[in-house]
Write a protein that binds this ligand. Structure first.
Ligand SMILES: *[C@@H]1O[C@H](CO)[C@@H](O)[C@H](O)[C@H]1NC(C)=O
Ligand SMILES: *[C@@H]1O[C@H](CO)[C@@H](O)[C@H](O)[C@H]1NC(C)=O
Ligand SMILES: *[C@@H]1O[C@H](CO)[C@@H](O)[C@H](O)[C@H]1NC(C)=O
Ligand SMILES: *[C@@H]1O[C@H](CO)[C@@H](O)[C@H](O)[C@H]1NC(C)=O
Ligand SMILES: CC(=O)N[C@H]1CO[C@H](CO)[C@@H](O)[C@@H]1O
Length: 344
């Protein structure tokens, strides 16, 4: 008992002592091997040092300011937007949307979540949506940003909803793009698959399996060569120097989204200005692959879930459905998506 509390004490002291020195400090290089992910991002990468769960971890993000010519009446807090990626994408996957938002003068912040892309891949971590929201808020605190728009896609959409529930006073508006978590998968009968089993599936990922998944869920069984960029990007993480731990973290993250539903909490967003964008042909449902056929049949009907969720949030929610698109309208039909976004 004494020994273990001494140990905890010395770990904490140790963490405090090295706190200033672990993460790469700016001005950062454009490319980096952090997180075992060699891939060039178009804007400089910064790292937020997090002292979390008895570890020091570095969370990567891009913070891009509009150029001077568009600054005009630009006021930092009012015109900031943070873009949260999904589980199979990275911050950089928002590059085209970021360009569209920079021109009217938005400051755009694009984090990579812990365990994903250029952020650290912890050997062990208690992943929760709340913990990821808190980590991400730490970046905003460092930047002194107290008020902003948040947009999240897929798992990032689920996370952005959780963020807005935790920090409503910071969020001027919330945009969810094909968020996951619109239904409670376990309540609908998705069987529990152990983290160890999910890990084995993650470890077996390759170009063929990732493309097959994205083709069927993201792109309505179509394939445009431009989609390959994001498959190959993801492969760099699956096949990077942290490949094994990445697969494990991905399994922990899948377990997180399945065991921590938000579907019942959407009315908590009723006071917030919300835009929900959904592809009507999206059929994403976590755990569908390992569910029996009768359960598979009732999962992932975004054409129903989208309007149901908009109704649950209430009249402050604007609902936009693209009936012909899948899980990633911002990639599949960027012009239509950006028009809806800027229109709102
Ligand atoms: C976004 O990045 C991808 C991958 O590097 C690239 O193919 C695409 O042209 C970029 N889009 C914009 C608008 O910069
Ligand atoms: C944030 O505000 C604090 C206190 O006013 C200041 O010391 C710090 O330099 C600011 N940081 C940034 C990034 O503006
Ligand atoms: C890719 O993964 C799938 C499923 O995990 C497997 O069936 C297939 O043989 C793999 N393909 C290659 C080229 O390794
Ligand atoms: C919409 O949001 C505002 C605050 O932004 C709130 O006063 C109003 O009650 C909300 N409307 C509904 C129907 O919840
Ligand atoms: C870390 C890792 O899994 N690296 C692999 C990446 O892919 C090449 C072949 O394409 C393998 O040789 C590496 O072992």
């Amino acid at each position: 008992m004494i020994a273990s509390s001494l140990l905890v004490g010395s770990i904490a002291a140790c963490l405090a002592a090295v706190q200033a020195t672990i993460c790469p400090q700016g001005p950062p290089s454009v490319d980096t091997t952090s997180g075992g992910f060699i891939y060039t991002y178009p804007w400089p990468i910064k790292y937020q040092q997090l002292v979390t769960q008895h570890q020091i971890l570095c969370q990567a993000y891009m913070d891009v300011l509009p150029d001077d010519s568009t600054m005009g009446s630009y006021k930092l807090p009012q015109r900031t937007i943070m873009l949260l990626h999904g589980k199979n994408f990275c911050g950089v996957t928002w590059n085209a949307t970021a360009e569209v938002l920079l021109s009217p003068g938005y400051r755009v912040i694009m984090p990579d979540q812990l365990g994903i892309c250029k952020s650290d891949k912890p050997d062990a971590y208690q992943f929760s949506l709340q913990q990821l929201a808190l980590n991400t808020k730490t970046i905003l605190d460092t930047l002194n940003i107290t008020s902003l728009y948040i947009m999240g896609h897929s798992m990032g959409g689920m996370l952005s909803a959780r963020f807005a529930m935790m920090y409503p006073q910071m969020v001027k508006g919330l945009i969810m793009v094909d968020p996951i978590g619109l239904e409670g998968w376990k309540a609908k009968g998705v069987p529990y698959l152990s983290i160890d089993n999910i890990y084995l599936q993650e470890r077996a990922s390759n170009y063929t399996s990732i493309r097959a998944y994205e083709q069927a869920t993201y792109y309505v069984n179509t394939w445009d060569p431009s989609y390959d960029v994001w498959v190959n990007m993801l492969l760099q993480v699956y096949n990077g120097s942290r490949a094994d731990i990445y697969a494990f973290d991905q399994a922990l993250i899948t377990d997180m989204v399945i065991t921590q539903p938000i579907a019942y909490e959407f009315p908590l967003l009723s006071n917030l200005q919300t835009l929900l964008v959904v592809g009507g042909k999206d059929n994403t449902a976590i755990g569908k692959q390992w569910s029996p056929p009768n359960v598979q049949a009732i999962l992932g009907h975004y054409d129903v879930l989208g309007s149901q969720t908009a109704q649950a949030i209430g009249p402050n929610c604007t609902y936009v459905e693209f009936p012909d698109l899948g899980h990633a309208p911002q990639i599949q039909a960027p012009d239509r998506f950006h028009k809806a976004l800027l229109g709102w």
